[in-house]
Design a protein around this ligand. Sequence first.
Ligand SMILES: [Zn+2]
Length: 271
Amino acid sequence: MKSSPHSSYLSDYIKPSQIIYDLKATDKVQALEELLDVLAKQKLIENKKLILTRIIDRERLESTAIGHNVALPHARVDTGGDIAIAVGKSKKGIDFDAVDDKEVHIIILVIWNPSLPGLFNHLFAGLAQFLIRDDFRLRLFGAKNKTELFNVLSEVELRLPQQDRIISRASLLKKLQTIEIKMKKSRGSQRKQLKEQAALIRQELDRDLVDRYERLMHRYGFAVAEVDEGVCQGCNINVATGMSSAIEGSNDIYICENCGKFLVALKKKKK
Ligand SMILES: [Zn+2]
């Protein structure tokens, strides 16, 4: 299976046999196992146990539930092929520790080959463009059988978005920074563990983003700054009002016009 970098469809990577219309699972791990079983049965993966461990490690870093009742669990593992995708729908909903606390009804599981670093970004961005659309999600959730579900999924065109802010990875960048700062002060097995977590995140982020992050880390010792009451905590200068309110509650990537650091909303403690 070859993936064209400019235009391909999700249906190039998925057959109806990779879809579970009604998941039996009642929790996250069961759901992941159920989906991996489908891929194993189709001979798209071999090392189910290893893959499950990787996916769970990744979920621990940050839930892959992107909100709106959708989750995109993933792992970068050599499966022999380029990519293996399974989709499951849950009527009851599954607790996936989503950012919006909503239960997940659609799970799109993606395993991709480490030799193709750009593939997942491409897929993630393409999928996100469809999944943020209310009308698309409604049809996805409303599909009455496996064929209908497959037909809706087949519409997803995996083209790269015009604006890279659609690939909302701000919280992942922040996490990378936290881990790498902690890593500098740690030793032994803790250091090794943090290094693995950092590698897991780096694999997923866009190359340009990581390059910019590296430059900022090298220059300032940190790359991601919080915005508190409209002020960039990286340079103490007000960010544009519109930008400030856009950052609040979003996971999009914004850049401080003054100091060039990545901006994220200040995490307020729950009262
Ligand atoms: Zn700044």
